[in-house]
Design a protein around this ligand. Structure first.
Ligand SMILES: Nc1ncnc2c1ncn2[C@@H]1O[C@H](COP(=O)(O)OP(=O)(O)OP(=O)(O)O)[C@@H](O)[C@H]1O
Length: 280
């Protein structure tokens, strides 16, 4: 997938400005940036869900607007940030939604494989609305993966915060699966807030700010102290681990907003009337 100088307006607001990026097969790219930077909007635009100007987005060399909805549905899968399922459907039924026209035996094989990969095989017959937030997130990921599983190229996955509700062990497990998918030839663009998870697993990071690409490159070149200060307004320490990727240790938000206090500056006796509300 290639994006060339993409602008996007919603109503009278410009949300994306001159965004250019590429995503190759076999590549896991993490999309980073503060709240409101434009990550979800970019993912929805690349997915064909928001109307983009013509010839700005190419999938496998062909302009996005030349793909039919059915073609796109077969070749890319999208996991939105929020999936709120209220219907009393089982895990198996929800994952099967990702593969509606497959013959029953093959569909069952795919579902089993995905449930095992995402550590939810034991939940197969449970009703999804009764699951925990993290369990539901893994079910939705399995449903999304079912759409593209075993299908021919191009296989593109656009995932918007697919691990935000997961405990650290399951975050690691899901990202290991995403790396495995990249090795199998998928191209993955994954919006994520966890900088260290992104640094650990992504081949490349794209850091957004105010609807623009601020930095795009290897984790160690993107997750730098100045970049984190300029994009997030965050003081941080960054250490290069022996494993070869950076570790970000967030410190405090910038002092320009005097409402923030470091832990050592917090009042010893609990909150007082003088304590800024923003630390409550
Ligand atoms: N339909 C819309 N109309 C107007 N503005 C919108 C619309 N959808 C999103 N926005 C705005 O676009 C900006 C980018 O939103 P977006 O959801 O893409 O950010 P994000 O980087 O995914 O944020 P987060 O990390 O909080 O999920 C925000 O300022 C948001 O308020």
């Amino acid at each position: 997938m290639d994006v060339d100088s993409l602008d996007l307006w919603l109503g009278n607001r410009q949300i994306l400005e001159s965004v250019s990026l590429s995503l190759a097969k076999g590549e896991l790219v993490a999309l980073l940036g503060p709240n409101g930077a434009g990550k979800s909007t970019l993912i929805r635009t690349l997915a064909g869900e928001l109307p983009a100007p013509a010839r700005r987005i190419h999938v496998d060399g062909r302009a996005l607007e030349q793909w039919s909805r059915a073609e796109l549905a077969r070749h890319r899968a999208v996991m939105p940030q929020k999936v709120d399922l209220q219907f009393p459907m089982t895990v198996q039924e929800v994952v099967a939604l990702g593969r509606p026209r497959e013959n029953a035996a093959q569909r069952q094989r795919i579902i089993r494989a995905l449930l095992t990969r995402l550590d939810i095989a034991h939940l197969e017959t449970r009703l999804v609305p009764t699951l925990s937030g993290g369990e539901q997130q893994r079910v939705q990921l399995a449903r999304v993966l079912a759409q593209v599983w075993g299908r021919p190229d191009p296989r593109l996955l656009l995932l918007d915060e697919c691990t935000s509700a997961l405990d650290p062990a399951h975050q690691q497990q899901v990202f290991q699966q995403l790396c495995q998918l990249a090795r199998e030839g998928f191209g993955l663009l994954v919006a994520v807030h966890d900088l260290n998870l992104a640094a650990q697993y992504a081949d490349r990071l794209i850091l957004m700010k105010d609807g623009k690409v601020f930095a795009d490159g290897l984790p160690a070149s993107v997750l730098t102290v100045p970049n984190l200060r300029d994009v997030y307004g965050l003081h941080s320490r960054v250490e290069l681990l022996p494993e070869g990727y950076p570790l970000v240790i967030p410190q405090t938000p910038m002092r320009s907003d005097s409402a923030y206090l470091t832990r050592h500056e917090l009042p010893q006796e609990g909150l007082t009337d003088e304590t800024p509300h923003s630390i409550v």
